[in-house]
Every structure is written in C-alpha cells, then in structure tokens.
Write a protein that binds this ligand. Structure first.
Ligand SMILES: [Zn+2]
Length: 224
C-alpha cells in the first residue's frame, strides 16, 4: 500500500497484503526508544528527494539519531530533547521551524517548514492558520460544531472530538491562503505532506514517505 512499497521495493503488489514497512509506518513503530519508524522514514525520504543540503535536514537528522545514540552510549539515561542540549548558547534563539509549528510532531514541523521555505522562495503565499491544538481548544471547537451542524454525526464531517483530532495529536495543519494550499496540494508529497480530506482544502498531514505519491483523500473527517 502507498509509497512505502516503492521506497522499500519489497512490498507485495497485492493491496490486501501489507509489507513490514507498511505495518511499521501505519503503527508508527518505535525503532529504538525515542525514534519512531515514521521519523526515520521521513528523514531518509527527504535525503533521497534532494533535500540533503538543507541545514534543517541536518538538524532533523541530529534530532532523529540523537536519542538512538544516547540509548546506545548511555543506556538508562533520560531521553532529553537533543536539540535543546546540543545547541550552543548563542544559537538558542534561532527559530528552526516555520511560525505555527509549535507543538507539532517533528516530522510534520520539518516537512512543513521545508515546504513553506520553497513556496516563499517561489513567491507563493503560505502560512499555518491552525496547527497543534490543546484538548480544551478542540473540545470548544467540537461543541461549537455540534451547535452549528445540529448533531455530533453532522458535525463530524468538519470537526472531531479531542480524542480523535489529529490536531490535538500534533499531526495536522490547516494552511492558507487558498493559493498556497493549492500549491501545497500539488507539490507537498515531495515532503510527505498530503491533503487528507476532499471537503477541507486547507487540512494537511504527513501521510506518505517524502518523494512518493499521496494516498487518495477521504471524503471528510467522519470517514476514518
Ligand atoms: Zn484541520
């Protein structure tokens, strides 16, 4: 299923049979403590799709492998944020990721930042209107949605309760303006970014290995 097969070239052509890579991607298996399969696949995909010279990829690579190095070199040591401990004093103010990426998963924050850099370099406007949301913020949106659409079933097409929202999990972004969203829909798979719902042109998630094709969008958020 999806591009993971192409990347690994070991997957079965039978869509009902999943390769080990697919299973690892879908369950986001932990490879070593602090490092998940998706994080490794995202970084490797970026390196393979020509992002290897980008300083943010180098930073992401360090972020991705530091917990593994720590686990090997100092077993039992607490897993701290490697960027925070590795950054020299005078570089801590540098904002490594694009505005609006606070609270997002590292692969999504990195993928979006690289995409936004490219969009802006081409003169295309692109920004995050809503990324990570707290449980309480999503609860308020969910209650507003039920009031607006009349029932939880109707509201689910547009908004999900906190327990199910990928925004609360730090794995979704709503972008704008529409020109930028269209640009991202056409080019986002380079960084693994995909539009995931047909009824929301603004909603994107990391949904494939960078450099491979996005899965078809689902009709709306109620289809999960
Ligand atoms: Zn959204």
């Amino acid at each position: 299923m999806r591009g993971v097969d192409r990347w690994h070239a070991t997957g079965s052509l039978d869509p009902r049979r999943k390769s080990a890579a697919d299973v690892a991607w879908e369950s986001d298996t932990t490879v070593v403590p602090g490092v998940t399969f998706r994080r490794v696949a995202t970084i490797v995909g970026m390196l393979r799709s020509g992002e290897r010279s980008h300083p943010r990829v180098a930073a992401a690579l360090l972020t991705a492998i530091a917990p593994a190095l720590l686990a090997v070199l100092a077993p039992g040591a607490p897993l701290t944020t490697p960027m925070a401990t590795a950054a020299p004093e005078d570089q801590r103010e540098v904002q490594p990721f694009a505005p609006g990426t606070d609270g997002l998963s590292a692969p999504l924050a990195l993928a979006y930042t690289l995409a936004e850099d490219t969009a802006h370099s081409e003169g295309v406007p692109l920004r995050i209107n809503s990324g990570y949301r707290t449980h309480a913020e999503q609860q308020a949106l969910w209650e507003d949605g039920i009031a607006t659409y009349g029932s939880p079933e109707a509201a689910r097409r547009w908004v999900l309760p906190p327990e199910e929202s990928t925004h609360v999990a730090g794995k979704a972004i709503d972008v704008g303006p529409q020109e930028g969203a269209s640009w991202l829909e056409a080019r986002g798979s380079r960084w693994g970014l995909c539009r995931t719902y047909l009824n929301e042109w603004w909603h994107f998630e990391v949904a494939t290995v960078p450099g491979t094709k996005c899965p078809a969008p689902r009709p709306d958020a109620s289809e999960r």
